[in-house]
Design a protein around this ligand. Structure first.
Ligand code: ZN
Length: 319
């Protein structure tokens, strides 16, 4: 004898209903106080209503050949709420920062399957724009290479112009923070959001485009954010932003950095399937100008393709 799935589902529901009804009836029979009795009666009514709704949904799902999944409380999936609709089911006590900066959302769709093409190199420049930006751009243009710049908060007209040039030149722009002050930005999730929001607005003002990617100063896990990095990452991902660390550190801002060593360290990424190279666009860094041609030529010789980081690129992270 073969029982249908529907038969089993109904048996389960009947069993559930009995589990609720029997204890309540028993307690009434034993003469518990009128108050508890009333409460038990209300609970029974609620449970019966729920069971009824589940049964209705179950039958509906069966009639259309679908699968009924009971609603899960607090579930928000990976869906990014539209601008202005902040918090929602995920809002919990102590997470009031979810309500801050309702304009700080990346609503572009990020596919679950992200690009992870082999032999791809992503050159990334942190801390710009700077007095070196124009020279770096010149070298990149000479090789027809596009790179990614994680910018910091410089508001002067020249810096805004440089951001515009980067954007117009087809390079990618992301947030590195406005202040780049570790103690300040990693003081709390709120402090991080406040700083991020400032840079987010500045990049939009300068280029007319909202950034979708970012890089943490010091990397996603560092000595300043150990206590809160998980919360910051969760909040930024909830808002739809994608962060990138690196897997090849050129150490181009080290005190004793030499172009040969910087190029060698940057090229350590050729042993990776995909290389994300950490470089710096800062006024004090002239070493990068001497090392950059060798870095580009090295990756070209190894058969790598140069791309820019986007939310569609599979992340490289330190953790
Ligand atoms: Zn930095």
């Amino acid at each position: 004898m073969v029982f249908s799935v529907r038969f089993f589902k109904r048996m389960i529901l009947v069993a559930l209903a009995l589990m609720i009804i029997i204890p309540v009836c028993t307690s009434v029979g034993l003469g518990i106080s009128a108050d508890r009795e009333r409460k038990a009666g209300q609970e029974l009514a609620i449970q019966l209503e729920k069971t009824q709704q589940q049964l209705a949904a179950l039958l509906e799902a069966e009639s259309i050949g679908g699968v009924y999944l009971p609603p899960k409380e607090g579930e928000n999936g990976e869906a990014v709420p539209p601008v202005g609709q902040v918090g929602g089911l995920n809002s919990a006590e102590g997470m009031d920062y979810q309500k801050l900066f309702p304009d700080l959302y990346n609503n572009s769709q990020t596919p679950s399957q992200r690009v992870r093409a082999a032999n791809t190199v992503y050159l990334t420049f942190d801390d710009g724009p700077s007095a070196r930006t124009a020279e770096i751009l010149e070298i990149l243009d000479r090789y027809s290479v596009k790179a990614t710049f994680f910018a910091v908060g410089r508001e002067d007209p020249q810096s805004r112009q440089q951001l515009q040039s980067l954007f117009d030149g087809g390079h990618a722009l992301g947030v590195h923070t406005y202040s780049h002050d570790y103690k300040k930005v990693y003081a709390s999730v709120e402090a991080y959001l406040d700083d991020f929001h400032q840079m987010y607005r500045l990049l939009f003002d300068a280029t007319g485009s909202y950034p979708q990617i970012f890089r943490f100063p010091g990397g996603s896990v560092n000595g300043y954010n150990a206590g809160i990095y998980r919360d910051i990452i969760a909040e930024m991902e909830r808002r739809g932003f994608v962060y990138f660390d690196w897997n090849a550190d050129a150490a181009d801002t080290a005190a004793n950095a030499q172009p040969e060593n910087v190029a060698k360290r940057a090229l350590s990424g050729v042993s990776e399937r995909r290389a994300v190279v950490l470089l710096h666009d800062s006024g004090s860094n002239s070493v990068i100008l001497k090392a950059l041609p060798a870095i580009i030529e090295g990756y070209q010789a190894a058969g790598f393709t140069f791309e820019v980081l986007t939310p569609q690129v599979r992340q490289v992270t330190l953790s």
